[in-house]
Every structure is written in C-alpha cells, then in structure tokens.
Design a protein around this ligand. Structure first.
Ligand SMILES: [Zn+2]
Length: 84
C-alpha cells in the first residue's frame, strides 16, 4: 500500500471555496515513506480545508526542469477544489 508523504509550504494558501487558511498538506507524488517534503519537490499535493472540508488540490501548471524547481512558488501551482 502506498503511504502518503507530508508537504511543507512556506507560504500562505487559502481555500478557494471559503477563504480559510490551509494547513496539513499531503502528497501521493512522493516516495510514500511518510517523510516531509518541500512542496517544490512534488508535482501535486493537497489539503483538506478544516472549515468547509473541501479537498484542495495543488498541481504544477507547467513542466519544470529539475534545476529550476527551487525557484517555484505556490503561484506555479494550479489550485482547485476536488470531490473524491
Ligand atoms: Zn474551505
């Protein structure tokens, strides 16, 4: 079974549905070893809004070269609410 990894995000991100500040980011794009990764290391991650319970998925808008990953900001990620 593939375990999740945790994602640290050094910027504020608000829920696009209700505006609540998001926290507790996780990803299924990492090694699945329950380690904490910087968000720039993964192509997608998500958070469940603590207020409205929406799942907010962040996915990289454009492909990025390995050496350019450190320049990414949260604005390089498309943010959308998804229903599972
Ligand atoms: Zn919300």
């Amino acid at each position: 079974m593939h375990e999740i990894d945790y994602v640290s995000l050094d910027a504020d991100a608000e829920c696009p549905v209700c505006g609540e500040k998001l926290a507790n980011f996780e990803t299924k794009s990492g090694p699945g070893a329950q380690v904490t990764l910087d968000f720039r290391e993964v192509d997608s991650f998500y958070s469940r809004c603590t207020k409205c319970k929406s799942i907010i998925e962040f996915s990289l808008k454009d492909p990025v070269k390995a050496g350019d990953r450190e320049k990414l900001t949260v604005d390089n990620y498309q943010k959308k609410s998804v229903i599972y």
